[in-house]
Design a protein around this ligand. Structure first.
Ligand code: GLA
Length: 673
């Protein structure tokens, strides 16, 4: 049994609860809290996130009395604790004693006190104090019966340009390159006379007067992710050294560019996501779906944890609209439908003061007699009914590549033919037509196992290591379909243009050579003629592409590139490659994506179901759980389920079609036939 299996058993299936900050409240309130938690069906809380100043008010002086009491109280009430190390918020005494702990930003400004995450992850002093408070917590609570999980720090993220960061960066570079010659070669330092002759000459890349060596910048991104990971690992290893059977995690963020979560995930028992889809954005549930697929995929299909979401409005944007009635429930079910094993919130009780005093909570300022709390209680009741889905996961025949190195290459290094690539948006552009057609999609890295997939979607893979090139190429050669978009395969892992013309890594795969990249001028639009007679337009990007073994699925119908291929098809080994060399208008691109997956014989289970009804399936050897979620607030829908089963939410048998009211949901258990 894995640590997470034990955790699931302990909470009886799905974890339900949120961040709990009793240190902000009088003990009399704690009693009310646990009573209401029980009423809501809460079985887990994340305790102690940011509580450093309450646990160690002065250096070496500890106050654990309040935490002892609350741990006991929670345990007596059957509530498990996901205990946080408080190291995301160093107390003021630490920064006064050691101001060098404050991160220096790229422009040389030093952080002041008053926010959180004000630490340089490379600072040995920060690490020492963080290790110390972690050790004290682990000594005291490792065997407390309430302890169910360790929550290491919170949302690792700071980037620092301190002297300690330079020292750590040099150590990281030495380990990576071994010799200065190798580093000079990788960084192309003969360009602009940047050759290093001594390791000590290398510093973190503060903002220079204008441009920065792009490979130094790229390595700094990699280093920063690793420096943060070192902090996580140090604390994880401390808690593990006391007790080995408790799962350990930290919480990640949505589309977070500054930490390579593929590298982090194997170091955790479960990956956990904090997500705040903007209720003001009508499509935010689509990008949420992608995140959920990514999080399920980060550990190769294992269930993940929804660690934080909002019960209603957040307070982080200029305008924070509420989640309308029924939307919090629907969003929670959406996470479960994509293999989350928990529904947790920030936070349990709304804070009276502080930056997030208007951030909603399970228990809002208006108290238990409120719309939000009633919805929270209702959801808690439903999650008990959904316990059987815990531990199950989903499978798909389509994989989409998501690569932090490639993201950094596109967005963190200047000097590209155009410098406004948006990797996350590009990925969503590829994902959305699949989501709208209810195809299950996994997210993969170049290191993921690719067997079992029929289609590999490769969005703008500008920077790609030799190993990545090999994996993608083999996938096609062995019979897979690769759908790749423009400006891919351009540079190697050191951000150096691959030799012998674009797309260096993929010339054979694509079956074409690109003479030049032709980014479009603002407002330029191009007519596209598909081989089957359809017409479309494109913008933003073109490539002067010369076919070798490939054939044109579409060509430019006007302009200086008239007659050249805009979409290429190539047979490669036993596989097929579709390369899209321009930014097709969305409808034409969606059709191309749909045709490509259909041609690869990907099974389409929910054909004809409108896009506003999200359909997804998780299951195990014995059962499937079909989640049908109507995101429309106006339209109802009726969806064929393909079998006889039971709706876990109503307990009613279901056969044939399921009727969904606006914002309605069904979770149908079907036995495998
Ligand atoms: C993040 C943090 C929480 C809280 C929420 C809401 O996810 O982890 O502490 O600040 O955002 O803004």
């Amino acid at each position: 049994m894995t640590r997470m299996d034990a955790f699931r058993n302990r909470v009886g299936g799905l974890a339900y609860g949120g961040d709990y900050n009793p240190e902000q409240w009088d003990p009399a309130v704690w009693r009310e809290d646990v009573r209401l938690m029980r009423e809501a069906g809460v079985n887990t809380v994340s305790l102690g996130v940011f509580a450093w100043a309450s646990l160690e008010p002065e250096p070496g002086k500890y106050e654990f009395g309040w935490m002892d009491e609350i741990m006991d109280l929670l345990h007596e009430n059957g509530i498990s604790v996901n205990l946080a190390t408080p190291t995301a918020a160093p107390p003021v005494w630490l920064t006064q004693l050691h101001p060098e702990v404050f991160p220096i930003m790229a422009d040389g400004e030093r952080f002041g006190f008053g926010n959180r995450l004000h630490y340089d992850p490379s600072s040995p002093i920060y690490r020492e104090y963080a290790a110390n408070i972690t050790t004290k917590l682990a000594e005291r609570y490792s065997f407390h019966p309430a302890l169910a999980m360790w929550h290491i720090s919170n949302e690792y993220g700071p980037t620092a340009y301190n002297e300690a960061a330079s020292v750590n960066f040099r150590r990281w570079l030495r380990r990576k390159y071994g010799s200065l010659d190798a580093l000079n070669e990788a960084w192309t330092t003969r360009f602009w006379s940047q050759v290093y002759t001594d390791w000590d000459q290398i510093e973190v890349p503060h903002i220079p007067r204008t441009w920065m060596n792009p490979t130094r910048r790229l390595d700094f991104k990699r280093f920063t992710s690793d420096a943060l990971l070192e902090c996580y690992l140090a604390e994880r290893d401390i808690v593990r050294s006391f007790r080995d059977d408790i799962p350990v995690m930290t919480n990640f963020m949505r589309f977070f560019r500054h930490a390579d979560y593929w590298k982090w995930a194997p170091e955790e028992d479960a990956v956990a996501l904090d997500i705040y889809p903007n209720p003001a954005d009508a499509d935010s549930h689509v990008s949420a779906a992608f995140q959920y697929d990514l999080f399920r995929s980060l550990k190769g299909g294992q269930p993940w944890m929804l660690m934080e979401q909002a019960a209603s409005a957040v307070s982080q944007w200029p305008l924070n609209v509420v989640k309308e009635p029924g939307r919090m429930r629907l969003g929670s079910l959406q996470a479960l439908s994509r293999a989350a094993d928990s529904v947790m919130f920030f936070q349990w009780r709304a804070s009276r003061g502080g930056q997030e005093r208007f951030h909603s909570a399970m228990l809002p300022h208006s108290g238990p007699d409120s719309r939000t709390f009633k919805e929270v209680v209702g959801l808690g009741r439903e999650l008990k009914l959904l316990a059987p889905v815990a531990g199950t996961t989903s499978r798909s025949e389509i994989a989409i590549l998501f690569d932090w190195d490639g993201w950094w290459g596109l967005e963190e290094t200047a000097g590209l033919p155009r410098n406004d690539f948006g990797y996350a948006d590009t990925v969503m552009r590829h994902y959305t037509p699949l989501w709208e057609r209810h195809y299950p999609v996994d997210v993969v890295s170049y290191g993921s196992a690719l067997d079992g997939y029929k289609v590999l979607v490769v969005p703008n893979a500008y920077l790609i290591h030799d190993e990545g090139v090999r994996r993608v190429t083999e996938f096609a050669r062995d019979g897979g379909t690769v759908l790749m978009s423009f400006f891919s395969g351009v540079v190697d892992g050191s951000n150096r243009v691959r030799p012998d013309g674009y797309p260096g890594a993929f010339r054979e795969l694509v079956g074409a050579k690109i003479d030049e990249y032709w980014p479009a001028r603002p407002h330029e639009e191009f007519a596209i003629a598909f081989a089957d007679g359809r017409r479309a337009t494109s913008t933003w990007w073109r490539e002067d592409l010369h076919l070798e073994t490939g054939t044109a699925l579409a060509t430019y119908a006007d302009g200086l590139l008239a007659g050249r291929a805009a979409v290429v098809e190539n047979r490669y080994g036993a596989g097929r490659v579709v390369y899209v060399a321009t930014l097709l208008e969305q409808a034409a691109f969606d059709t191309l994506v749909a045709e490509t997956v259909a041609a690869a014989s990907v099974r389409r289970r929910f054909e004809g179901v409108p896009a506003h009804v999200e359909c997804s399936v998780r299951g195990d050897e014995t059962h499937e759980y079909v989640f049908l979620l109507n995101h429309s607030g106006e339209l109802s829908a009726s969806v064929p389920v393909g079998g006889e089963g039971t709706d876990l939410l109503t307990g009613q048998p279901v056969a044939g079609e399921v009727e969904l009211a606006p914002l309605g949901a069904a979770v149908i258990r079907l036995a495998h036939t």
